[in-house]
Design a protein around this ligand. Structure first.
Ligand SMILES: O=C(O)CCC(=O)C(=O)O
Ligand SMILES: [Fe+2]
Length: 166
């Protein structure tokens, strides 16, 4: 696939950042309280800079697996937009943050997202007999609006744009 296909699709993209603070949690509430519940990010990619306190977990083969913090290391992961654009060749990462009773935690997250009018259907080069088209063509604005209006659980966000969706 041509690099310029993706450059053209994501020509006007933006980036915003959040500073996430996770306070400690009373022992009696551990297990009931999440720093962030399991979610995927509605982004192209997300770049994370966590501090050295563990907490981030990713879902792998139905198990939540802790991500070991490595000092001064960025974690880059795929978001929903790239899953759609790649016709599911890249998968959006399901992740969550757990808290602990001893140490507060900080992370900086930087989210890359496309402009509202970006057509999110995958480039033609990615579609062939072995990789049939999964999603209808839709704009990022439609995706984002549907996501908030319908309060869809994460995995269902992109499903709403599947060709086979009712
Ligand atoms: O704090 C973290 O390590 C993850 C933050 C996160 O998932 C997010 O901001 O979407
Ligand atoms: Fe996230």
């Amino acid at each position: 696939m041509q690099r310029k296909s993706i450059d053209q699709i994501l020509d006007n993209h933006g980036q915003y950042a959040s500073l996430n603070y996770y306070p400690t949690c009373d022992k009696s509430n551990l297990g009931l309280t999440f720093g962030l519940r399991g979610h995927t990010d509605p982004t192209i990619i997300t770049m994370l800079l966590p501090d050295e306190v563990p907490g981030l977990e990713i879902l792998q083969d139905d198990d939540w697996v802790p991500v070991k913090p490595i000092p001064n290391t960025l974690i880059v992961h795929v978001g929903d937009v790239l899953q759609g654009l790649s016709n599911c060749r890249y998968k959006s990462l399901l992740h969550r943050v757990i808290v602990n009773s001893e140490t507060e935690r900080l992370s900086v997250a930087s989210y890359c997202y496309p402009s509202n009018d970006t057509q999110m259907g995958p480039p033609k080069e990615l579609i062939d007999e072995d990789h049939p088209l999964i999603y209808k063509d839709y704009t990022y604005e439609e995706f984002y609006t549907t996501m908030w209006k319908q309060r869809l659980p994460d995995a269902a966000r992109l499903n709403a744009f599947k060709i086979s969706a009712a």
